[in-house]
Design a protein around this ligand. Sequence first.
Ligand SMILES: *Cc1c(COP(=O)(O)O)cnc(C)c1O
Length: 365
Amino acid sequence: MEHLRIPGPTPCPADVLQAMTRQMINHRGVEFGQILNGVTAKLKQLFQTKGDVFLLTSSGTGGLEAAIVNTLSPGDKVLSVSIGVFGERFATIAEQFGAEVTPLRFEWGKAADVDAVRRALKAEPKIKAVLATHNETSTGVTNDLASISSAAKEFDKLLVVDAISSLGSINLPVDDWHCDVVVTGSQKGWMVPPGLAMVSMNQEAWQAQASATMPRFYWDFAQAKNYLERATAQTPWTPAISTIFALSVSLEMMLKEGLPNIVARHARVAQAARDGIKSLGLSLFAKESHASNTVTSVRSPDGLDTAKMLKILREEHQVVLAGGQQTLAGKIFRIGHLGWVTEDDIEIAISALKVVLPQAGFRAS
Ligand SMILES: *Cc1c(COP(=O)(O)O)cnc(C)c1O
């Protein structure tokens, strides 16, 4: 069996995969409506929100685009709080649709400095929204989202959050933290194959939606709400029915385990990953105070051929880790530990690394 330890797609439990083999049903019929209502109610529990949650048939990035086009108009000023590749992507989407983006970038490997966010908001009163990444998958850093939210709300800004690799794994009480729009994706911590983005919208977000003029058709949340609230709940367009079957099973499993237990398990597993990495004589790329509980980033030491290491791990140990993205290629590698994961999975990855590191040129000092 392959040990897929990348930050998405993540392995799925057998019952979740089994659910996907079900025959198709009418996506506008009563049975599907009941499943959609059930899934939506469970998602609201795990988002810790009383707001709306929509299932979109797309990967996470589609959810980010949906969040932008439903809340902003061309020419709107937005503050992009960016600590890595996905923060940059979020800003690019906003820019492509005509927003005027003020970038607030932090060194990769570090979390956003909340005082700097506050200063940026003070300096530009016309900013309408703040874009923030909860967990930056490219660097393995989790932002202090509660504090970023406090800063945004101090200045009365809309807060739009990429929580694609955190929600359902790392605590994110959407309502308590006043996050107006929050996006996640099925193939990350949800133990489900790719195919669905899940997005929450609160009252402030709906107010923004009413006046937002960015072009939107497939992503229009007013349509999503209209169809979801019909006597037979539906999505406006044909959804990824099989992935929704799978999600229905995984949500059942998640609620059975309980959100606090899931969050605690991810913290334990992440600690095991960090301890394991340090025991090998390697160092963490992310500042440890903000190291992510869903993905651990490791600095590639001098002498290590990272590509060779990943290849041997894959071919000889069936352990699949992720490399670095963009400018981090060859400089770091990453261990994904979100969703269906235990300490045993980390043990397997660390043991394989112990064998392979010297074969790929690393000499522990
Ligand atoms: C995976 C990920 C994305 C992109 O999601 P896709 O499903 O690949 O479109 C965006 N942001 C973060 C933080 C992610 O981890």
